[in-house]
Design a protein around this ligand. Structure first.
Ligand code: NAD
Ligand code: TYD
Length: 352
């Protein structure tokens, strides 16, 4: 694709920071602009190792601010967008659904408008890549997988807002010929994930000898993918994905929550030199999440066959690396769990 300016939104977050790092390091000829509001989930510490690279710039800003987004786009003349900025946590969406409508729906439409306005006279070589989730497809029972053709059936305010944003992206292609591509990925895990999501929350709680709040009976199933494998998939879709297509990304790696939690507990006992079974004692069954989706499972055959992508890590290796990262970055964990986050944690679990 030659030299190009790419706007990555949400680059200070969990997945975004891995995408920014991969692009900055792999494509020195590109100019990578990371636009992020730095909400509780955004942390520039995640990008310390790339911040001084000459092909990287950071712009602090809110995608909900239409004028700011249009001006930033017009000023910088981006060739491509990789859009990851979002409110991303289901439990927060249950408490504050409107925040999700604003960032995930209105924010996405603001970006689409800015891209359309800037590109309408010449769409060649342009690309708007929307990063989405498998949760838009709803919840599976025991059998079957989500395919790219599975009808949307979002069940939580989070997934409804992401589904809505996906629909807007497709509508802008259909109506204005905007060159778009979308991917829908399963649950990610790995370094730099904010410890409100299952795996880093439980690693942190085990480290601090705090209860591990398992929702319901722990029987819900998720399909887990190592974050760097997702970033590699995003690289492939951005560069080689067919315009207008959707690609499902997943690890073919399904785990019942309680089984996954036991794997984490065992590994933590070993790492912390605790007696076998010590961490499992922290497991506490709590009231189930409202409308809790039973099972997600992605069929990623299309991206594997068409774009030659596949996960590079086995789950056991990925979990091991993940735990090692959190244990060797305890300052990062303490910094992000102090202050506001503690209040959030108290408000989420006070009645459980
Ligand atoms: P995250 O919550 O860790 O990071 C989100 C980032 O977006 C943060 O840096 C935050 O500051 C920024 N942001 C939030 N609101 C903003 C706004 N109004 N303006 C500008 N920036 C804003 O999320 P994540 O887990 O890294 O997810 C990134 C994307 O990938 C999301 O679109 C999410 O829906 C999608 N996704 C996530 C997963 C997962 O397992 N985490 C799986 C599939 C898809
Ligand atoms: P989460 O990491 O929030 O991802 P998502 O809801 O987007 O899949 O949760 C993963 C699974 O773990 C989900 O079934 C909910 C469950 N869970 C718990 O049992 N306890 C917790 O404290 C959290 C955060 C999640």
């Amino acid at each position: 694709m030659g030299k190009q300016k790419i706007l990555i939104t949400g680059g200070a977050g969990f997945i975004g920071s891995h995408v920014v790092r991969l692009f900055v390091n792999s494509y020195p000829e590109y100019e990578i602009y990371n636009l992020d509001k730095l909400t509780y989930a955004g942390n520039l510490e995640n990008l310390k190792d790339v911040e001084s690279k000459s092909n990287y710039r950071f712009i602090k800003g809110d995608i909900v601010d239409a004028d700011f987004i249009t001006n930033t786009f017009t000023e910088n003349k981006f060739d491509g967008v990789i859009h990851l900025a979002a409110e991303s946590h289901v439990d927060r969406s249950i408490k504050h659904p409107l925040d999700f409508v604003m960032t995930n729906v209105v924010g996405t439409v603001n970006l689409l408008n800015a891209a359309r306005q800037n590109w309408e006279n010449d769409m060649s070589g342009k690309r708007f890549y929307h990063v989405s989730t498998d949760e838009v497809y709803g919840s599976l029972h025991d059998d079957g997988f989500f395919l790219e053709t599975t009808p949307y059936s979002p069940q939580s305010p989070y997934s409804a807002s992401k589904a809505s944003s996906d629909h807007f992206v497709r509508a802008y292609r259909n109506t204005y010929n905007l060159p778009v591509v979308i991917s829908n990925c399963s649950n990610n895990y790995g370094p730099n994930q904010f410890p409100e999501k299952l795996i880093p929350l439980f690693i942190n709680n085990i480290r601090n000898n705090k209860p591990l709040p398992v929702y319901g009976k722990g029987e819900n199933v998720r399909d887990w993918l190592y974050v760097i494998d997702h970033a590699r998939a995003i690289d492939r879709v951005y560069h080689h994905g067919r315009e207008g297509e959707t690609y499902n990304i997943g690890g073919f790696n399904e785990w019942k929550n309680i089984d996954l939690i036991k794997v984490v507990c065992k590994a933590m006992d070993k790492k912390l030199g605790r007696a076998a079974g010590e961490s499992e004692k922290l497991i506490t069954y709590v009231t189930d999440r409202a409308g809790h989706d039973l099972r997600y499972a992605i069929d990623s055959t299309k991206i594997m066959n068409e774009l030659g992508w596949q996960p590079s890590l086995q789950f056991e290796e990925g979990i091991e690396k993940t735990i090692d990262w959190y244990l060797s970055n305890q300052q990062w964990l303490d910094d992000v769990t102090s202050g506001n986050y503690l209040h959030y944690y108290e408000s989420m679990y006070v009645n459980r």
